[in-house]
Design a protein around this ligand. Structure first.
Ligand code: CLF
Ligand code: SF4
Length: 531
């Protein structure tokens, strides 16, 4: 048996009811791990999360995460990533995946990628990096498993490193082939590896993985999940020992691994995972997955948040994942892949100018530091107020990037959601919606779906909003606020919150709890995707 199969003195599975989750998560006493954030020598700094800054971690780790949009929540407002779909094959079967579509570990099902050879992929990355100077990371995330296609994956990384040395290399895997390939990962300076780990108990795994392909044959049932689990734990430990930053992705499947993810969180933290990203299951019958066809539902917004909150204090939590496609290009939450199809690339004149990229990124860094400073200042003001200390609300924000309130309500395809209190303004998720404004006109039929998406929020901050949707939102109990246009999000959210606290204290408004919200299955349907 691999040493990694031993999950320590803890029971293989710890089940708690969803109502108990928060207290259990908060009470977890986690052992020291051999790496990741908790290698910090100052205990008080050992809580760095995706919103952490340079003061919260050693310089060498900060250098790795500061402009990686997935590893730093702050960075995701400013820096972009891209994926190249060079890895079509997979060595396992997940019940939430239909192989006709992208790998749903790192992408949502529903769109077939344009598969590329390593040569085409490198050409595409260089072209995108020339056009989008804030694109800092290349990830290989499917459409199958990066390490089930090792030659294509590593050829791509090797060639890219020679042509564009400033781009960070990143990959995701289900972990089955990981231990055998860790040394090769290190050889190509791949600093960031994601492993999708949905269970640490093969009895749970059996409900998620019908089979794996192992030693030239198909293995099914409990045995399959046991092998997968052992490989995942071993691979994670090996990466940690070599100083590679690891992120664990877990798909939350209600009734199958929701409560079990707390145990997953504990085990990956123990083995040095830097980040844990708990994502909602995407499951629709039309995707043709086992879960889609058997009616397995995904979580609601509050179910997802309850599990994420329960895991706070374990491994650092990522909450800004967009479950990207395997050929995504751009800021998280936007998709510019249609601008860079192979036929368009043929027409492009590509000049890879390192200095130009650096100059642009220096400007981005100034903006990002200004956002950070604005947040600290706003937090100081919020904590100095003496009324409404016990309030905590969610606020939806319309933004098109840069960390500012700068999008019209009618143009939003994704709201960012922040949890705001007198001590924090924390990104806790995003909600996809169909655009309310279609062809210059508000579409009143869309409004109920927008309200359902942000129904747990007390306010929505926008650059502009018409009178009709504003009235409808007010009737639904959501304040539409357009007075913070252009301001940094956290500062705007805290300013609105301070005003709200004053109004509650004076009796001008009565604070009421909000309801649950709906997580939209799949991305919005853009013209490009529909084509
Ligand atoms: Fe891609 Fe993944 Fe690297 Fe990011 S995505 S391989 S770590 S560069 Fe990011 Fe996309 Fe979520 Fe993945 S938002 S699906 S976590
Ligand atoms: Fe699909 Fe990815 Fe699972 Fe493979 S690892 S079956 S490609 S979701």
């Amino acid at each position: 048996m691999h040493a990694s199969a031993n999950t320590g003195s803890l029971p293989a599975t710890t089940y708690v009811s969803i109502g108990q989750i928060k207290s259990l998560g908060a009470a977890l006493e986690l052992p020291k791990s051999s790496g990741g954030c908790d290698t910090l020598d100052d205990e008080s700094k050992a809580t760095c999360g995706t919103s952490a800054g340079p003061d919260d971690m050693p310089q060498e780790i900060w250098d790795k995460v500061k402009n990686h949009p997935c590893y730093s929540e702050e960075a995701h407002h400013h820096y972009a990533r891209m994926h190249v779909a060079v890895a079509p094959a997979c060595n396992i079967q997940c019940n939430y995946c239909n192989r006709k579509y992208d790998c749903s570990n790192e992408s949502r099902p529903g769109v077939v990628s344009q598969k590329l050879t390593p040569e085409q992929a490198v050409k595409k990355v260089v072209a995108v990096a020339s056009e989008i100077p804030q694109m800092t990371v290349l990830g290989i995330a499917g459409p199958g498993d990066a390490l089930a296609n090792p030659k294509k994956t590593f050829d791509t990384f090797r060639m890219l490193q020679e042509q564009a040395p400033d781009i960070k290399l990143c990959m995701s895997t289900n972990g089955l082939a990981l231990p055998e390939l860790v040394d090769e990962i290190c050889q190509y300076n791949i600093d960031h590896v994601t492993i999708t780990i949905n269970m640490v108990d093969p009895a749970v795994g059996e409900k998620i993985y019908p089979w794996i392909f192992w030693n030239h044959k198909r293995v099914t049932g409990y045995e399959a999940s046991k092998i997968l689990h052992e490989q995942q734990m071993k691979g994670l430990e090996m990466l940690t020992a070599r100083g590679v930053l690891t992120k664990i992705n877990s798909v939350l499947i209600p009734g199958i691994n929701d409560e079990h993810l707390i145990e997953v969180n504990r085990e990956v933290k123990k083995r040095g995972a830097f980040l844990h990203n708990i994502m909602p299951l995407i499951s629709e019958a039309e995707h043709g997955t086992v879960f889609g066809l058997t009616g397995q539902r995904g979580p609601s917004a509050s179910e997802l948040k309850a599990v994420q909150d329960a895991c706070m204090g374990g491994a650092n939590l990522m909450r800004h994942c967009r479950q990207c496609r395997a050929d995504a290009v751009g800021l998280l939450g936007e998709d510019r892949s249609e601008e860079f199809t192979m036929d368009k690339l043929e027409q492009m004149e590509v000049v890879y100018d390192l200095d130009k990229r650096k100059t642009y990124q220096d400007k981005v860094e100034v903006e990002r530091q200004a956002q950070h400073a604005a947040k600290q200042e706003a937090l100081a003001t919020a904590s100095a107020m003496t009324v409404g200390d016990d309030l905590q609300v969610l606020v939806a924000v319309a933004t098109k990037g840069g960390g500012r309130v700068n999008e019209h309500f009618g143009h939003v395809t994704e709201f960012q959601v922040f949890q705001v209190s007198s001590t924090e303004a924390l990104f806790v998720g995003h909600r996809r919606v169909d655009q309310y404004c279609q062809g210059g006109e508000g579409d009143d039929e869309q409004l109920p779906s927008v309200v359902r998406a942000i129904n747990d929020c007390h306010a929505v901050l926008v650059a502009k909003i018409g009178a009709c949707p504003k009235d409808d939102l007010t009737a639904a109990g959501i304040e539409a606020v357009d007075q913070y246009v252009g301001e940094f999000i956290e500062k705007a959210a805290l300013s609105w919150f301070n005003d709200y606290r004053s109004r509650v204290a004076s009796g001008a408004v009565t604070h009421q709890n909000r309801g649950d919200a709906q997580i939209r299955q799949g991305a919005f349907t853009s013209v490009a995707e529909a084509a």
